[in-house]
Write a protein that binds this ligand. Structure first.
Ligand SMILES: [Zn+2]
Length: 506
């Protein structure tokens, strides 16, 4: 059948939008009957340009170059650190070099936490126990210090946070009282990262719950999937030792509850604790940490744009976070995302495409320990209409799904977008997408629509928040696939014939 002139029925898009929920668009040519229902579709020229961007991205080395500069050239960059200052300077230069305009920063003053030396030694509590063991540990972000000489106490072992919380929040009625609570919750490997979602609560809420029950310190099995992937048979001791890495990450305190020191141990060390507890051995831990809290500092969001034309006042925000934890190089979390969204916008700028809406790259400050960048961005731009917010913050794994969080009338456009991404191995998702941490915060607080390009996170939590978060964990070809998907979706969102607002929030 002969395709209709899309421009003709675009004029009627507003009026017919109400009946659009039922229409599945996305095929090339539409029959007359369905065209009477259909109202909203991309200009075929814009779809063709999106396909060109995909082809260019798959030949581009830019994302790989960017992440190497950031991860290898600068490395760890927790907010307010020297690495962070260098990353902010680098990012401005990088965005300008890619042809973005209005490159600027947004200054944020904050108090930061700084890690000092730490150790955790496992000791038998009585006669006949196993040998002392120096564990591989990492203090949790925001953890207070121990006394200078350290602290030592018996271990109260729990299989999960839920098991701890079954005991009353009353020291006289909990076996946590006077002890070091150890939560042994495993993180399951999953493509969508859902295992982390189920285990991270222990890291976030464990210290407060333990303190409510009288604990003097809090430890947990690292929230991550490292340490358990020997391919066949039982791993050798050397293999086990090579897997001993500790995953840090933020925890939090409650002003009404006395803070206690909090740390994670490597998965193999947690296995040793579990085995010795299972044998009925009473264990003690000697813990020492020397961290600094509430250190005044400054950091910056870094912003750059491909300016829009007739709808320039509306923003398509594609983001990532510039900061990282202090361990490793921050290559996977979130150097990859910084490189992907920057390279994607750079492709649009360099192709001299003039988008209708403004495509804005935002490299957020301090996602890891406070969301200060997202909060500041929301305050500064609350009055600016956003077509969508989306963030790449799940490493460099391949994108397998496009999900949305937009008004129902815009769903046919997402079906078309998914069709464009199909050759990249991307499938259409639902309208309940999670656009990434900073973007999700903005979506909820500002009621801006969102978009999610879900990445394969099967291996993401092997190195997440550890010293192994280094450049060798990334695959240049996968970065190209990511860049392609981001460039195409950012472009199409900027060209869309209708607003994605209002966002459906549940
Ligand atoms: Zn991240």
């Amino acid at each position: 059948m002969k395709p209709l002139d899309r421009r003709q029925w675009l004029c009627h898009a507003g009026r017919a939008a109400g009946v659009m929920g039922m229409v599945a668009a996305g095929t090339g040519a539409m029959g007359l009957a369905s065209a009477q229902q259909a109202a909203v579709a991309f200009d075929p020229l814009d779809l063709a340009r999106a396909r060109e961007l995909i082809a260019q991205a798959q030949r581009s080395e830019v994302a790989w170059r960017l992440v190497r500069e950031l991860a290898e050239g600068i490395g760890a960059r927790p907010a307010g650190s020297e690495g962070d200052r260098r990353a902010v300077a680098w990012a401005q230069q990088a965005l300008r070099g890619l042809g973005l305009q209005n490159v600027h920063t947004q200054r944020i003053e904050l108090n930061v936490w700084q890690r000092g030396p730490g150790s955790a030694r496992l000791l038998p509590a009585g006669q006949g126990g196993g040998a002392p063991r120096e564990m591989v540990m990492a203090g949790l972000g925001n953890s207070i210090s121990t006394p200078a000489e350290g602290l030592q106490a018996e271990v109260a072992w729990y299989p999960s946070l839920a098991a701890l919380m079954e005991e009353p929040a009353d020291p006289t009625r909990s076996r946590a009282n006077g002890r070091i609570v150890f939560i042994d919750q495993k993180t399951e490997r999953a493509r969508d990262g859902s295992g982390y979602g189920r285990s991270v609560g222990a890291r976030l809420n464990g210290p407060v719950e333990a303190a409510r029950r009288g604990a003097v310190a809090f430890g947990l099995r690292s929230v991550g999937t490292s340490g358990g992937s020997a391919p066949e048979g039982a791993p050798t001791n050397a293999q086990r030792d090579a897997q001993r890495i500790a995953h840090t990450g933020a925890t939090r305190y409650d002003l009404r509850v006395k803070p206690i020191p909090a740390f994670a141990v490597s998965v193999p060390d947690a296995d040793v604790i579990a085995a010795r507890v299972a044998q009925g051995e009473a264990l003690q831990v000697h813990l020492r940490m020397d961290n600094r809290s509430d250190v005044p500092a400054a950091t910056h969001n870094v912003i750059g744009e491909v300016p829009g034309t007739d709808l320039a006042q509306e923003v398509v925000m594609i983001g990532a976070h510039l900061d990282s934890w202090d361990l490793g190089q921050g290559a996977v979390d979130d150097g990859a995302g910084v490189a992907i969204v920057s390279a994607a916008a750079g492709l649009i700028a360099q192709a001299r495409l003039r988008p209708r809406r403004t495509i804005r790259v935002v490299l957020f400050a301090n996602e890891e320990n406070g969301f200060d960048g997202a909060i500041a961005y929301g305050k500064a731009y609350a009055q600016v209409p956003h077509q969508l917010v989306a963030e790449s913050d799940f490493g460099g794994g391949r994108i397998y799904r496009l999900a949305s969080r937009v008004q129902l009338a815009a769903l046919p456009l997402f079906a078309q977008m998914a069709e464009v991404l199909k050759p990249l191995g991307v499938e259409p998702g639902d309208n309940n997408g999670n656009p990434g941490p900073d973007a999700a915060f903005l979506m909820r607080s500002q009621k801006w629509p969102g978009l999610a390009l879900s990445q394969d996170g099967t291996r993401y939590f092997d190195v997440h928040h550890t010293e192994r978060d280094t450049i060798d964990q990334l695959d240049p070809t996968d970065l190209q696939q990511n860049t392609a998907a981001w460039a195409a979706t950012a472009w199409l969102a900027a060209q869309a014939p209708l607003s994605f607002s209002p966002v459906p929030l549940r």
